[in-house]
Design a protein around this ligand. Sequence first.
Ligand code: KIV
Ligand code: ZN
Length: 391
Amino acid sequence: MLEHNQIVFFDTTLRDGEQSPGCTMHHDEKLRMAHQLASLGVDILEAGFPISSDGDFESVHTIAKEVKGPRIAALARAKRLDIESAARAVEPASLSRIHTFLSSSDIHLEHQMRISREEALDQAAESVRLARSLVEDVEFSPMDATRSEPAFLVKMVTVAVQAGATTINIPDTVGYTTPSEYSAIFQMLKREVPGSENVVFSTHCHDDLGLAVANSLAGIEGGARQIECTINGIGERAGNAALEEVAAALMVRRDHFPYKCGIKMEQLYPTSQMLGEIISFQCSPNKAIVGANAFAHESGIHQHGVLSNPLTYEIMTPASVGVPHTNIVLGKHSGRRALADRLEKLGHTLTREQLDEVYHRFTELADRKKSIYDQDLLKLLQLDKSTVSIA
Ligand code: KIV
Ligand code: ZN
């Protein structure tokens, strides 16, 4: 069991993340990423879905053999062949987990699985029992939990716990829930499922309404102690909860979330960069924590504040999440202070009059040009006003 104030991170970048369009990774890329996720300090690493292809089986098997640190998990539908394949794939790991899932919502049971609720309960119990006969650590997910009838969700989680599940994950499969509703689901399960005190509850949130991180944090408030998430928030459709955002929220708002976790925060940015490079798909510049603009300041007022004391406009230091330096972006909203600071870094200390003159040229240029680079500034220093012409 976990200590009461511990949060564990279950990374599914290589499974749910890889399911997003354009994010497929080859065997060696997955292995490289898995080593980096171990350096980041994730507790559980879901390496893939072994029954889905020979390639995925091989990737999970190699990761289980070579990556030390995290517990290695493999996904399996609640079916004998899936579970046996998952068990073989994670067999070389010193710490392993089978993660098996079955839908609990009527819409899935009727239209996708085509089985009754009773059959679903039997299948869930049988699958968890089989998985437990193969590995010590078994996670069960009632898929589409947040659109399931609450009383039936309680029943399905109860049979999974009785069959030996050690972690119960509550997937918001279609990104439908809201923070207060999600938190209440955990409270209900902890209250109504016999033996709930012996299992770890987990969040698994998709971002269809842009609520994945908020819902994950609400899950913690409701009693969840495992967070399932991906680097850069990649995943099915709009993606999964972004690991770096959840981890940063726990760090910055320790006053509100008094928990400890094993994430090495300064590895967040390098991990995000590595994933972007592997899948040739960097996150958007305004992405929290790891986006190119996450620590960039363009307006003069903000730049002045950050240069005087970064805490004026930054709630964490860039270094604390592995970002090399604060990015003061010079543009048309920048002030004299930021310009003088950048010129000083480039080796030019100007008098007040010189700065006024160069600042005047700078604002003219900034009106015409979106981004001003260091080389543009150096030209401004050399050129007479009438000849400033930079494409
Ligand atoms: O979103 C989901 O329901 C899943 C399950 C397989 C856990 O990814
Ligand atoms: Zn998912």
